[in-house]
Design a protein around this ligand. Sequence first.
Ligand code: TTP
Ligand code: MG
Length: 400
Amino acid sequence: MTDAGTSLTVIHCDLDAFFAAVEQRDNPSLKGKPVIIGGQPQSRGVVATASYEARQYGIKSAMPLTQAYRLCPHAVFLPVDMGRYKEASRQVLAILSSYTPVIEPLSIDEAFLDVSGCTSIFGFAEKIAESIKRRVKTEVGLNISVGISYNKFLAKLATELGKPDGLEIIRPEEALDILRPLPVSYLWGVGAKSQQKLKSLGINTIGELRQIKPEKLEKHLGSPAFLLWELANGIDKRKVEPYRERKSIGKETTFQHDVDDFSKLEKTMLYFAGLIGRRLREENMSARKITVKVRYSNFKTVTRSKTLREPFDSDSAIYNAAGELLKQVYNAGEKVRLIGLYVGSLQLNGSWEQGTLFTDDQTQPNVHLDKVLDKIRQRFGQDVITRASLLERKRKKRRP
Ligand code: TTP
Ligand code: MG
């Protein structure tokens, strides 16, 4: 049966053994081995995560490393390398947000998508899920488990039940049967305490909880009882709420020696525009607001902002607006200690909003050029390629 025309519009995604999977991806000799992320086995820290091979020994997140070592002394223990995990997380988020702007990241490796608005473009939720899994595997080199259902609770449950490398669907007609035998701990908000309380009432499974009137449950659990009862019945009214992880992206620098050369200030802005533009595009985001900050040598600080009518993500759009603002705020001749450039009013791009790839119009931002530059910089570093205007001009030779 296909999910055509049904209410299966919520997708939940969660990377498998995320930190450990990044390590195994980047060091193939770790593939197939128990890998534990968190630090050295003798240290006082806890396990951040463990590869599925290590989980066979009973190793779990938040377990003391010393205990993990006792359970699996031959495991490879590695420290947390957050920078690389964040980079992978950004890449995955960019893939997810190319399907819909209605995306709610929950953590570094987990997000909800509401695909009700885009199934006509990309196909039904199952097709979108297959495409997400394929792209995350080929473009980022990681396995992502995906769950589909008609609400958030059940989509997340589908992911959980399908792990690892799963693609599970919970359809309306099967939801109650799937929920019935599961322990109450599968319900959101049921921690060890509530589980214990429910147990004392003779309730261990979701099916058993469903038999109790919510009013009776309320006497023991307080007002959350009604929500729990709804969840137990496959009802979850919460919407996928897109939220902006960050309010702004920016860059600032304090000069080693105060600067009163306007062209140097402009060049710094151009450099910042390149960094910020790349970041926006990597995260498939656009901005509408731009802010320039100037701190003079006497510490007087001036900022000026401008909100553009159209969202932008190109280096040139950022630079043009920043240059204009800089001209407005900078008092010619005054020495500058620090300058900064920020973009705000961020939004995720819908895939259908992506800009024109090629443009002959020189006044339009050259999106294609930005993307080519991004690819080069991704491989070789930000500074490997630079705009001609950032290079110190060689002095022209005098004609004889
Ligand atoms: P999870 O998604 O909970 O775990 P996971 O991705 O490692 O494994 P899976 O989803 O397949 O069950 O968390 C994502 C990352 O967050 C995880 O790789 C490491 C980090 N993390 C911690 O640092 N401490 C924790 O207690 C947990 C649960 C996760
Ligand atoms: Mg995960």
